[in-house]
Design a protein around this ligand. Structure first.
Ligand code: NDP
Length: 273
């Protein structure tokens, strides 16, 4: 019997995780199956209990259950602890559940390993202070960057994130209208503005010459923020597909102790036949 894994969310039909993990399993010769679960928003613990009772070994967790997974975990990694959200549940040998959050490491690896962005010394602007921004905070601050400014439409929430991140690296908070005169080597969009094809109201000239933009949102056509980067002369203007696949690879590693090669899977999803 193959080991059993799944992604749980609501909605879930759109999730690319089953495709990604099936490709990882094929490429690494791991005997596992990976399904999708449409979770009941009123009974996340029950859903997880039933999955474990059926022999499940681990879960990826997506919207809206990441905070519920954090609460359910018997123990948590430090990055998940600070994120306040868990996207990976690992069943330990004694049947306790360990919670981790692989989103931030996925973002940093996509930028640094897949695209060659040099974090050491970089001035980085993180747009947004919701769950996505909080989820990537610790790995970003530990990347070697020189300064992280977190800017949000509601500045108080950016300040909360900066306070949370302060023990891990140089984080400061701003409102979008407090960025005049600043220049950034990398601007990461972790807002949900792109879901309505909008872009956060940041100054037109805040991208440094040779600077990069990264939209955590991924869509089949270029997102509004990716287009913003292209219009403002970004040396690279990336979307979140690589992050999605790298966070999955880190989950796979946590479950199986094997690190899959991600390049072929990124190419497969970028250019489906
Ligand atoms: P939340 O609802 O938790 O937070 C939304 C954030 O966006 C807040 O900071 C909010 O500001 C800001 N925002 C919303 N609309 C606007 C706007 N019109 N202008 C400026 N700011 C705006 O959402 P999440 O953090 O969970 O998700 C954000 C995005 O990240 C989503 O698009 C999601 O798809 C993406 N994501 C991608 C991942 C990947 O693997 N590639 C992983 C996780 C998320 P305020 O506080 O003022 O309301």
């Amino acid at each position: 019997m193959p080991d059993h894994y799944a992604v749980i969310g609501n909605p879930i039909a759109h999730s690319k995780s089953p495709l990604i993990h099936a490709a990882f399993a094929r490429a690494t010769g791991q005997d596992l199956d990976y399904g999708r679960i449409l979770g009941d928003p009123d009974d996340f613990p029950g859903e997880v209990r039933r999955f474990l009772a059926s022999g499940g070994r681990g879960l990826n967790v997506t919207v809206p259950f990441k905070e519920a997974a954090w609460a359910l975990a018997d123990e948590r990694s430090q990055r998940a602890e600070i994120a306040g959200a868990v996207n990976t549940l690992i069943r330990l040998d004694d049947d306790r559940l360990r919670g981790d959050n692989t989103d931030g490491v996925g973002l940093v690896r996509d930028l640094a390993d897949n695209h060659g962005f040099r974090f050491p010394g970089a001035q980085v602007l993180l747009l947004g202070a919701g769950g996505a921004a909080r989820g990537v905070l610790v790995p970003l601050l530990e990347s070697g960057l020189a300064r992280l400014i977190i800017a949000n439409r509601t500045p108080g929430k950016a300040q909360q994130l900066a306070d949370l991140g302060a023990p891990f690296g140089p984080a400061q908070a701003r409102g979008f209208d407090q960025l005049e005169g600043e220049r950034f080597d990398l601007i990461i969009n972790a807002t949900s503005a792109g879901l309505s094809d909008a872009v956060p109201a940041i100054p037109e000239d805040c991208l440094a010459s040779g600077g990069w933009t990264y939209d955590m949102l991924y869509a089949d056509t270029p997102t509004a923020f990716r287009r913003w980067g292209q219009r403002h002369g970004a040396a690279r203007s990336l979307d979140g597909l690589g992050m999605l696949i790298e966070q999955a690879a880190e989950s796979f590693w946590l479950w199986r102790g094997v690190r899959p090669d991600t390049a072929a899977v990124i190419a497969m999803l970028r250019h489906p036949e």
